[in-house]
Design a protein around this ligand. Structure first.
Ligand code: NOJ
Length: 918
């Protein structure tokens, strides 16, 4: 089986041109929905049809033109969430409902009918202070919480539902097609409505089920700041859209994607957050077909609940944001999250889709990647060079060239003759290997994976029922149908050590090209009329494809370890819920300053949509970064959740030591800083895992009442303690940093200086500077030094960085476990510690009694920032005092920075103790 070089493909000549991709007006369902203008809805609720069930209220609505009835189901879900489902009462065949994304069937509360008269239905739910007002004609819903209307549904009358119809007799007659359309034919002009087929360039999409698009509008009252719906190379704050410029959610392989563009790129999370000072709310549109989102913020007269007549004298002008969702197919299944705080929203969303998987500790270290490390010798040389340059790193990556002709799960026989030996070497160095595994499978009967999958019928089919074939890296390829549970089971088994020859337990996985990317396909992806398991067309599941690949890869890695070890899987394509399976990155960015800049809002948006473990290629994938840009990118990446340097096959080598001593030194410092920060970062991931708090968060999340934070996207919070403002301008000598909160105290994280006046400060920077600030009132756990990789650092002692607030108080925490297994879950083997500074006593106590974990590791140093005067004595007492005496502590006080340093403490990190400062 020789690699068939001449057949292989390259992305450079296939995927750069934006004309390869649709804009909104190319999309037939968008054009059709746009024929429905805002105004009075065509739908009326039939209040006689209302039925109160244990878990929901059901009623029918009817379209006054086509008379097709729809079934509306309203659910009140525990934790201040509402769900609205709309489907046909009796569809011609079932419509697709997204499986596998909700972690369980949500627990509902019983609704009661509080009023049903004069065309109004009012529902109340048991526990929450919420009401649902349904108006019959036109059909509208308002959600009210504590007397405030939070959001309303179908206010602009844009509820749109194309019911399934039998194919017209002669599907080629335009007149016939138009007769069958469910929209007002008087509004039609001669344009093609793409009902049964749709063209794009030379591509024809044949729609077996005809038109099946759905849409609905929502009004968010009092809101002018909306966020979320990744993935776009766009600002953090969502912009108002204009015609033909909606945010597109459609997973696509867009090499060197344009910046400030609403086109769909690799991943989609149909979750939008709205924020105003007293409330955050959310809309989760559970649909995996192509989706477009229009946003329109405007000033309106304050909304008064529909039943009470407005008192005009008291009405104010307030902002309102209208959001219109449109999807190609499926049903309307939408979750309305009522907050009210940003953290409530994160919890509510996680209650539906799950929390971030707890990453193995190594994966929070630095990752060294390029397309490609050439061979085993190259890997060895790069690995050794990290040690020679005293730069820590945890993982080296192998891109597609490591395989035999892009046949995944194999090794190039010449370049990687002894993959096990190579991994053993890395293992001895306490490091890991990540290899790429894409979803396309080379069409080659001699390739076992292909022939098995072919025989078992595991590939996605074309509309004629044959295996779908498209071009990707290996040339002609078929695509595994991960939507099929049987395929997933089989695929997970491919990661077993006995199946995946040459793999060992330090090998982890990178899923790329899983939008899926199909080089010669329409928009470089799979045809929508391809057919998946259960006879569902690809259009229904498109945005889920990568989600499933990452899911099954993670399952495979867990399985190969007998359920013992946490997996690490990086995916390019993602959907709502992908956080459960690992990390994502932002794909093929460019080595330019603008891409470094946009990476911050992109990562923030992904983070608040539930996926905390995210990063952008450090250095920029395409092209060659100038040294200054590379340095700045390392500094930014060191303070972002997933930290990987990566470069294109055509880019020059750019390992950290190739840019002269001075730059090597600065990059070394940035990476080392990352490693000292790991206890804090790991603790943040534990929080993301257990309580759904994003690791990297926009300022407004921490300062929800401070309006000036709402649009900030050049800085962010890492947890609640650190404010990071990466330098993203070339030759910067200063940066303007907003330190929010009028009562807050901030400290320079490295120089310890207290910054007394919050507001926007001009901070001088040199090439060495990473502007990071610690918030008064926090405790940040750090390591006192670094090792060659995370595994070398287990026993390294801790430093606790205590930053006092204006009341001389501070609190923080540390989470600790073995860093790699599931014992923290199954055997409760972990430590969760709480550190409190209060009334001049700094104490360590247990934050979670359930966890037990033995460690010899100690807290060696405590730095307390903001201590007003020099103490006369500092003593420590152990709660478990055997000798009964308090011990004196060695301390120094720096009056200039008001910093108290306590050293040589040797306090076990798992023990309870108190430090008294007098
Ligand atoms: C595209 C990915 O985005 C990139 O990171 C990777 O190096 C290439 N595919 C080759 O596998």
């Amino acid at each position: 089986m020789e690699p068939a070089k001449e057949e292989e493909s390259s992305v450079q000549d296939e995927a750069v041109d934006k004309s390869n991709f649709k804009n909104c007006n190319h999309i037939a369902f968008y054009r059709r929905q746009k024929l429905l203008l805002p105004g009075k809805s065509l739908y009326q609720a039939l209040l006689d049809s209302v039925t109160l069930c244990n878990d929901s209220v059901k009623l029918q609505i009817i379209n006054e033109k086509n008379k097709v009835p729809l079934l509306v189901e309203i659910y009140a879900i525990d934790g201040n969430i509402f769900r609205l489902k709309i489907n046909e009462v009796s569809p011609l065949k079932s419509r697709y409902e997204v499986p596998d994304v909700l972690i369980k069937e949500p627990t509902t509360q019983r609704l009661s009918i509080a009023q049903k008269e004069a065309g109004i239905l009012v529902l109340t739910c048991a526990n929450e202070d919420c009401k649902i007002h349904i108006t019959a004609n036109p059909f509208q819903i308002e959600l009210e919480s504590k007397g405030e209307t939070v959001l309303s549904v179908n206010t602009n009358g844009l509820l749109y539902f194309e019911h399934l119809q039998p194919p017209p007799q002669n599907s080629k007659t335009t007149a016939q097609k138009k007769e069958d359309a469910s929209i007002d034919s008087s509004q039609e002009n001669q344009e093609d409505l793409g009902l049964w087929q749709e063209e794009f360039g030379s591509f024809l999409d044949i729609k077996a089920n005809g038109p099946s698009s759905i849409g609905l509008d929502f009004s968010l009252h009092g809101c002018e700041h909306v966020y979320g719906i990744p993935e776009h190379a766009e600002t953090l704050l969502l912009k108002n859209t204009s015609d033909d410029d909606a945010y597109r959610l459609f997973n696509l392989d867009v090499y060197g994607h344009k910046i400030h563009d609403k086109m769909g790129i690799y991943g989609s999370v149909p979750f939008l957050l709205a924020h105003k000072p007293n409330r955050t709310s959310g809309i989760f549109w559970l649909n995996s077909s192509e989706t477009l989102v229009e946003i329109n913020t405007k000033a309106v007269m304050e909304h008064v609940p529909s039943r009470s007549p407005p008192d005009i004298t008291k009405q104010r002008v307030v902002p309102q944001t209208d959001v219109r969702w449109m999807s190609e197919s499926g049903i309307i299944d939408v979750f309305l999250l009522m907050g009210p705080t940003p953290f409530d929203i994160f919890k509510q969303y996680a209650q539906l889709t799950g929390t971030q998987a707890l990453p193995p500790l190594f994966s929070l270290g630095y990752h060294q990647c390029r397309w490609n490390y050439e061979d085993e010798q190259d890997v060895k040389t790069v690995d050794t060079a990290f040690d020679e340059h005293d730069i820590p790193y945890d993982v080296i990556w192998l891109d597609i060239e490591h395989t035999e002709g892009k046949r995944y799960f194999t090794w190039d026989k010449k370049k990687f003759q002894h993959p096990k030996r190579m991994q053993e070497l890395l293992k001895r160095k306490k490091r890991k290997l990540v290899v790429i595994i894409d979803p396309h499978i080379k069409v080659d009967p001699m390739y076992a994976l292909y022939s098995q999958a072919k025989k078992k019928g595991y590939f996605v089919k074309n509309r004629k029922g044959q295996d779908f074939e498209g071009i990707c890296w290996p040339g002609s390829s078929s695509y595994l149908d991960f939507t099929n549970p049987e395929v997933r089971e089989w695929y997970a088994d491919q990661f077993a050590f006995k199946s995946y020859k040459g793999s060992t337990d330090i090998l982890f996985v990178w899923n790329d090209m899983n939008e899926p990317s199909v080089f010669k396909g329409a928009e470089l992806t799979m045809q929508r009329d391809a057919v998946h398991h259960g006879n569902w067309e690809h259009r229904e599941v498109h945005n889920l494809y990568g989600f499933y690949q990452q899911m099954v890869t993670a399952e495979g890695l867990i399985k190969r370890s007998g359920g013992q070890k946490r997996p690490f899987v990086l995916t390019r394509s993602f959907f709502a819920g992908s956080q459960k399976y690992g990390a994502v990155w932002t794909g093929d960015n460019v080595a330019e300053w603008s891409y470094l800049k946009i990476s911050i809002p992109m990562l923030l948006t992904i983070s608040i949509a539930g996926i905390s473990f995210c990063g952008a290629d450090v250095g920029g994938f395409i092209g060659d970064p100038e040294p200054e840009l590379l340095v700045r990118w390392y500094q930014a990446g060191a303070y972002q959740p997933f930290f990987r340097g990566h470069a294109n096959i055509e880019s020059k080598r750019r390992e950290p030591w190739l840019f002269g001593d001075e730059n090597t030194q600065i990059i070394r410092e940035a990476i080392r800083e990352r490693y000292t920060l790991l206890p804090y970062l790991y603790s943040l991931f534990y929080r993301a895992h257990t309580t759904a708090e994003p690791v990297m968060r926009p300022l407004w999340v921490e300062f929800p009442k401070e309006q000036e934070t709402f649009g900030v996207e050049d800085e962010y919070m890492l947890g609640n303690a650190l404010l990071v403002h990466p330098v993203i301008e070339q030759e910067a000598t200063t940066v303007n940093v907003l330190l929010p909160g009028s009562d807050e105290v901030w400290y320079d994280f490295r120089r310890f200086r207290r910054l007394d006046y919050p507001g926007t400060l001009k901070i001088p920077v040199t090439l060495e500077s990473i502007p990071v600030f610690q918030r008064g009132g926090s405790v940040v756990p750090l390591k006192t030094t670094v090792g060659r990789s995370t595994e070398w650092m287990t026993d390294i002692s801790y430093e606790l960085r205590v930053a006092l607030d204006s009341k001389d108080f501070a609190v923080g925490e540390l989470y600790l476990d073995d860093g790699h297994s599931f014992q923290y879950l199954h055997k409760k083997q972990f430590l969760h510690r709480k550190f409190t500074f209060h009334k001049n006593v700094f104490s360590s106590s247990c934050a979670d009694e359930i966890g037990q974990y033995h460690t010899k590791c100690v807290v060696e140093r405590v730095l307390i920032l903001g201590v007003q005067k020099q103490p006369t004595s500092v003593t420590v007492s152990l709660q478990d005092k055997r000798d009964g005496k308090d011990k004196e502590v060695v301390f120094t006080y720096d009056a200039k920075t008001s910093m108290l340093t306590l050293e040589k403490l040797l306090l076990n990190v798992g023990a309870d103790w108190e430090i008294h400062i007098k």
